[in-house]
Ligand binder design. Structure first.
Ligand code: NCD
Length: 306
C-alpha cells in the first residue's frame, strides 16, 4: 500500500505516468466516470480549505465514488483529544482512501504509519503540499509542453508557503531549471530549502526583493499569499501583506508567453485586472487540480481503466 506525503514519493517516471493519466482523464472524462464505483474517500481536514477539499471530493465523485469526512478540527473528535493515529485507524474501517490536512507538520505521516488505507497529505503546516505540486506540474506541463528548461519566479511568502517548498523539491529533478526567489527579507526561503535542496543539488537561483526586477526573465511566475495563520503577530502580517501586488503594468514587463500561477486563495497579491490577461493561468490551474487528484486516487487505489 502507498501513501503520498511528499512529491518525491513518486519517481520522475511515475510522475510522468500520473500526469499522462490526468491528461487522458481531461480528454476522456466519460471513460473514468465509474472507475471508483463502490469506493469511498474520507477527507479529514483539521485546517481550513476550499479548493483542496472540494477538488478531492469532486475528483472522487467524478470517478463514481462517494465521499465522507469533516472540514474542521472542531467538528471532529480531535476536539475531544483524539490522536490522528486513532482517528485514522477508525477511518480505515469506513473508507478506502483518505486525504488529510493538518496544521502540525508531519501529522499525516504519523497517521499513515497506523493506517490500513492510503493516506494523502493534503497540506501539513508550513511543510509540504504534494497534491498542490502535482496540480502545478500538470498545469506547467500541459500549458508549456515540458517541465524542464524553465526560469521560475516564486514570489511572496517563501518562508511559510508550503506550496513553494513542495514545488521546489519536485522541480529540481528536471533539467535546466532556474529559480528566482522574490520575497521581503523576513519571508525568505528557509535555509533547509536554500542550502539543503538548492545549493546541495547545484540548482541555479537568485534571491531578490523587487518583483519588477525579475519580471523580464521569467517563464513562470508563481505568486503566493502571505500566510497569515502562521504569523506570530498580526502587526508583522499587516506590514507585509501587501508587499507584492501584481498589476497590469508589471505584467507589461513580462514575456508574452510567461504564465502566472497561484495556488489560491488570492488575497491582494494579484490585482483582479490581471485575470483577463491570457497569461493568467490560476483558474485553469484549479481545474487541473481536479484531474490530477482523480489520477492520484486511481493510482493509489491501483485501479486501471482500459
Ligand atoms: C494553499 C495551501 O493551503 O497551502 N492553498 C491551496 O491548497 N490551494 C495556499 C494557501 O493557502 O495560500
Amino acid at each position: 500500500m502507498r501513501h503520498l506525503m511528499s512529491p518525491l514519493d513518486f519517481s520522475v517516471e511515475e510522475l510522468d505516468a500520473l500526469l499522462d493519466l490526468a491528461n487522458d482523464i481531461e480528454a476522456h472524462p466519460q471513460k473514468y466516470a465509474h472507475a471508483c464505483a463502490g469506493k469511498k474517500l474520507a477527507t479529514c481536514f483539521y485546517e481550513p480549505s476550499t479548493r483542496t477539499r472540494l477538488s478531492f471530493e469532486a475528483a472522487m465523485l467524478n470517478l463514481g465514488g462517494s465521499v465522507l469526512g469533516f472540514s474542521s478540527a472542531d467538528s471532529s473528535s480531535a476536539a475531544k483529544g483524539e490522536s490522528v493515529s486513532d482517528t485514522i485507524r477508525v477511518i480505515s474501517c469506513y473508507a478506502d482512501i483518505c486525504a488529510m490536512r493538518h496544521p502540525k507538520e508531519g501529522a499525516p505521516l504519523v497517521a499513515s504509519q497506523k493506517s490500513l488505507i492510503p493516506v494523502i497529505n493534503a497540506g501539513d503546516g508550513g511543510h509540504q503540499h504534494p497534491t498542490q505540486t502535482l496540480t502545478d506540474l500538470l498545469t506547467i506541463r500541459s500549458l508549456r509542453g515540458e517541465l524542464g528548461n524553465l526560469t521560475i519566479g516564486l514570489c511572496g511568502d517563501l518562508k511559510f508557503g508550503r506550496t513553494v517548498h513542495s514545488l521546489i523539491n519536485a522541480l529540481i529533478r528536471y533539467p535546466g531549471i532556474r529559480f528566482v526567489l522574490i520575497s521581503p527579507e523576513e519571508l525568505r526561503i528557509p535555509s533547509y530549502i536554500r542550502e539543503d535542496v538548492l545549493t546541495a543539488n547545484g540548482i541555479p537561483f537568485t534571491e531578490m526583493e523587487r518583483l519588477e526586477d525579475a519580471m523580464a526573465d521569467l517563464d513562470i511566475l508563481y505568486m503566493t499569499r502571505v500566510q497569515r495563520e502562521r504569523f506570530f503577530n498580526e502587526e508583522d502580517y499587516v506590514r507585509l501583506k501587501d508587499f507584492y501586488i501584481l498589476t497590469k503594468s508589471k505584467m507589461a514587463l513580462a514575456k508574452k508567453d510567461m504564465l502566472v500561477l497561484h495556488p489560491l486563495p488570492r488575497v491582494n497579491e494579484i490585482s483582479v485586472e490581471v485575470d483577463d490577461d491570457p497569461r493568467a493561468a490560476y483558474f485553469r490551474q484549479a481545474q487541473y487540480g481536479v484531474y490530477v487528484r482523480m489520477a492520484l486516487i486511481l493510482t493509489l487505489l491501483e485501479i486501471t481503466v482500459d
